[in-house]
Design a binder for this molecule. Structure first.
Ligand SMILES: [Ca+2]
Ligand SMILES: [Ca+2]
Ligand SMILES: [Ca+2]
Ligand SMILES: [Ca+2]
Length: 271
């Protein structure tokens, strides 16, 4: 059977390296990657017509601002809304805010495929006007070029029942391999009047770890060959299929992964 001696000292350095890389990785699964996703950090404009500092978001001085629920002419609060929301703002046909999220810590998983994303937001507008909000995700490669997009379209007036309110929109999918970062663009478009009434709140982008894959050597069988392959990789050997040696996904590539794989090969549950 496998022993620590067989793994040897060669992989200690690799473990230390993996630890550093995986510490950040653990933080990026299952939590909202956006800063200030609900407009609760920073001040609110008293009337929607002045610009305010909006922590975490890159804005362009085009009208995009934050307003408190219940301000005259704007939506009222609802469960989970917090105090504030984002709005397109005054005298602005198009208002934009964005955040860029570095995904380098997950590059290995993303390249192997199977990292899923979930995007959701509450998007809305005012009365019978078709001012509307949308969200676009730009998946960028190492060169900073877009290699795919995903997104959400907010409701038009008819979908809101001509009421001034926000509705939940969500989508999900798989991150394109080669993705190294993602830009989320919140886009507010005015259709009626001088004020851009498009609104947004509670924007969430979460990622889900790929499913457990015990067929480490990718030959179609889960057996001793996978154990041999993993042990060799942990000892510093070659890894032609690009397997993640942190099989039990606890942030360490070590004996615990061999133990977990032994258990799976013996019929136990995948960690
Ligand atoms: Ca809010
Ligand atoms: Ca308007
Ligand atoms: Ca196999
Ligand atoms: Ca592990």
């Amino acid at each position: 059977m496998m022993t620590r001696d067989r793994i040897g000292a060669a992989h200690v350095a690799a473990v230390v390296f993996a630890l550093a890389a995986n510490a950040a990785m653990a933080q990026q699964y299952g939590t909202n990657l956006l800063v200030n996703p609900g407009a609760e950090q920073g001040p609110a404009s008293p009337n929607g017509s002045t610009l305010v500092n909006i922590p975490g978001w890159d804005t362009f001085g085009d009208g995009f601002t934050v307003v408190a629920y219940g301000t005259a002419g704007f939506p009222t609060s609802f469960p989970g809304s917090g105090r504030n929301f984002f709005v397109g703002g005054a005298d602005s046909q198009f208002s934009t805010a964005s955040q860029t999220i570095n995904l380098n810590a997950l590059a290995g998983d993303i390249e192997r495929g199977g990292v899923a994303f979930q995007l959701s937001a509450q998007l809305g507008g005012a009365g019978s006007q078709d001012d509307s909000a949308s969200i676009t995700l730009l998946w960028l490669n190492a060169a900073g070029n877009s290699i795919g997009t995903s997104g959400l379209l907010g409701p038009l007036a008819g979908e809101r029942g001509n009421q001034t309110r926000l509705l939940t929109r969500s989508t999900q999918g798989l991150i394109p391999p080669q993705t190294k970062s993602v830009v989320l663009v919140l886009f507010m478009a005015r259709n009626v009047g001088t004020f851009n009434d498009a609104s947004a709140d509670n924007i969430s982008l979460t990622l889900t770890q790929p499913p457990c894959e015990p067929d480490i050597n990718q030959d179609g069988n889960v057996d001793q060959g996978d154990l041999d392959y993993l042990i060799n990789v942990l000892a510093g050997g070659s890894n032609p299929v690009g397997a993640d040696p942190d099989f039990n996904r606890d942030g360490n590539a070590d004996q615990g992964d061999i133990d977990a794989l032994v258990n799976v090969v013996a019929g136990g549950a995948c960690p």
